[in-house]
Design a protein around this ligand. Structure first.
Ligand code: PLP
Length: 377
């Protein structure tokens, strides 16, 4: 039989995959999900019915022009990014944009700096391209804030080409301070690095203001901003995201998009145009609910002795459970029927922690926390 390429063989299996396969047990309450538990906003459901038979064609690979115009306008207004349609590439979720942008920015053997812990797709994305991820460690003691000095220490003058940041962050809920972003922006400029800014949770934020690093002085040539419809509009299944990049990089990403999926689903792009015209209330209603759940889950975790920094954004709590997070997560699933994700899935600095998603209804969270408290005691 022909062989399977080393780049795949060398990737470890995600534990999250094994956990998901155990979820069919009806007794299990899952705090593992990374997607909103809310329905699609009602106006989008109605619109979807209207466009159903008008969306069976491919779109241009960079996105439907009307959507690109709407995204550029949104970025200028909400994120203060000087974006035009030529900066935008619309993709099958922001995860596809990340892979395509990395493929255009990293040659074989070059390095990307990745926060530790961070979203579990970053490492494999870089590794699949035969490039090398390099961790910049963060810690609970500083609220999981990325330390610019730590980033500086990780830079290899010859090999480092990309720095990935994520605010609000998965799995920690950290929202990077403006001052940190300013220092990171200086690092990108001084070292001629692309700054990949994953802003999937830009609107899922509790009280603080989201700052896009691309809006800071001098970042037009370095910043690539990744955003998505998945979290803000509960549209995960529609697979619609985008990146805003310097025009030359955006053109390169668009060029290779033709060879991966040709274009993002046309029906999703049409829905995206509609979503961007909706009033803010649809997203803010979800955020209000997440906030209640966040306050509850963090209180319960701390009362149970599982130290948790209060997340400032996204919908995850990252709780300290002792040395062996994998064992804790598997035992919790087997004995208490509560599913969480071991922190070491997100990098070595996540060891000893678990991630609990509160994209789950409050009564279920309450039950899960009762079970967990009994399990821990
Ligand atoms: C930090 C982060 N970035 C990107 C994504 C991917 O989102 P999508 O591909 O649905 O846009 C996720 C999904 O959970 C995420 O947590």
């Amino acid at each position: 039989m022909p062989h399977i390429a080393e780049r795949e063989l060398e990737l470890p299996d995600a534990i999250i995959g094994k956990l998901i396969s155990l979820l069919h047990d009806k007794r299990v309450i899952s705090l593992g999900a990374g997607e909103p538990d809310f329905d699609l906003p009602k106006p989008l459901v109605a619109y979807l019915k209207r466009i159903a038979n008008k969306t069976n064609k491919y779109s241009p690979p960079g996105g439907i022009p009307e959507l690109k115009i709407a995204i550029a306008k949104k970025l200028r207004k909400e994120n203060r990014i000087h974006a035009e349609p030529e900066n935008i590439v619309v993709t099958g979720g922001s995860q596809e944009a990340l892979l395509l942008a990395a493929a255009c920015a990293l040659d074989v053997g070059e390095q990307a700096i990745v926060p530790n812990p961070s979203f579990l797709a970053y490492l494999p994305t870089v590794e699949l391209l035969s490039a090398a991820p390099v961790f910049a460690d963060t810690a609970a003691s500083t609220g999981w804030e990325l330390d610019p000095d730590e980033v500086r220490r990780r830079i290899d003058k010859k090999k480092t080409k990309v720095l990935i940041i994520n605010t609000p962050g998965n799995p920690t809920g950290n929202v990077l301070k403006r001052k940190t972003l300013e220092e990171l922006a200086d690092i990108a400029v001084d070292n001629d690095l692309y700054m990949f800014s994953d802003e999937a949770y830009e609107k899922i934020i509790y009280g603080k203001k989201h700052v896009s690093i691309a809006s800071l002085n001098g970042m037009e040539r370095y910043a690539v901003t990744f955003q998505t419809f998945s979290k803000s509009y509960a549209m995960c299944g529609f697979r619609l995201g985008y990146c805003a990049a310097p025009p030359k990089l955006a053109a390169a990403i668009t060029k290779i998009h033709v060879y991966t999926s040709i274009c993002a689903p046309t029906v999703s792009q049409m829905l995206g145009i509609k979503a961007l015209s909706l009033p803010e209330k649809y997203t803010s209603a979800m955020v209000t609910e997440y906030r209640k759940r966040r306050d509850y889950i963090v209180k319960r975790l701390n009362e149970t002795g599982l130290r948790t920094v209060k997340p400032e954004g996204a919908f995850y709590a990252f709780a300290h459970v002792g040395k062996d997070d994998r064992r804790f997560a598997f035992d919790l699933l087997k004995k208490a029927h509560v599913a969480v994700v071991p922190g070491s899935e997100f990098g070595t600095a996540g060891k000893g922690y678990i991630r609990l998603s509160f994209a789950t209804k409050l009564p279920l969270i309450k039950q899960a926390m009762d079970r967990m408290e009994r399990f821990v005691r």
